[in-house]
Design a protein around this ligand. Structure first.
Ligand code: HEM
Length: 172
């Protein structure tokens, strides 16, 4: 196998399931924590004109979007107060600016083997999640009151449940 083939393979493998899992977790959390979804939508509506999709030019003003809700909890009481509470604001400093790294959150790894695609993944996640919430509201399926945030039962990893149903409402 040539080096180019290996690198391309690496990028697809390392960058695919990770990003789609993170997006699925995001939707499950937004569905479960409707008040946070509403807060993000209010922020998007304030910053991004209705006929424009959220772009990188809006990223600094969308403090509650993208990176922050993507920073799913939690590593226990050593690092966070109320570790079981979903509280994206813990990743903002006192001026409301996003804190990109903290000891309790290492989704992209650390040291020599740290994720090569981190900046790209964060950008992707921001664009995908902000565009989704600008245009749709996610809720539990009809008849279900509260969405479970339990992961799939797999031997490794902490994967979002496959075949999770949502009710999706268009916001226009
Ligand atoms: C939400 C998305 C992603 C997450 C959570 C994630 C997470 C990680 C983690 C934890 C590692 C370190 C594994 C270790 O310690 O051995 C890693 C490595 C890596 N990631 Fe990602 N990743 C994501 C997206 C991406 C994307 C989009 C790309 C490429 C475009 C990518 C490319 C890589 C590569 C090439 C490595 C290997 C680095 C090395 O061993 O030198 N990742 N990723």
């Amino acid at each position: 196998m040539s080096d180019l083939t290996r690198i391309t393979f690496d990028l697809f493998l390392a960058g695919n399931e990770t990003t789609s899992d993170m997006t699925r977790w995001f939707l499950i959390y937004m569905t479960r924590f409707q008040e946070i979804q509403e807060k993000i939508q209010e922020e998007i509506d304030r910053v991004v004109p209705r006929d424009t999709l959220p772009g990188l030019q809006h990223r600094n003003q969308l403090r509650n979007c993208g990176d922050v809700p993507g920073s799913f909890e939690s590593q226990g009481p050593t690092y966070f107060k109320d570790p079981d509470k979903f509280d994206p604001s813990r990743f903002l400093d006192k001026n409301g600016k996003y804190i990109p790294t903290c000891d309790g959150f290492q989704a992209f790894g650390i040291g020599k083997r740290q994720c090569l695609g981190e900046q790209f993944a964060r950008m992707e996640l921001y664009l995908i999640t902000a565009s989704l919430l600008q245009n749709f509201t996610f809720a539990p399926p009809e008849g279900e009151r509260e969405m479970s945030i339990a992961p799939d039962k797999v031997p490794i990893g902490h994967n979002p449940r496959k075949e999770q149903k949502f009710s999706i409402k268009c916001r226009n």
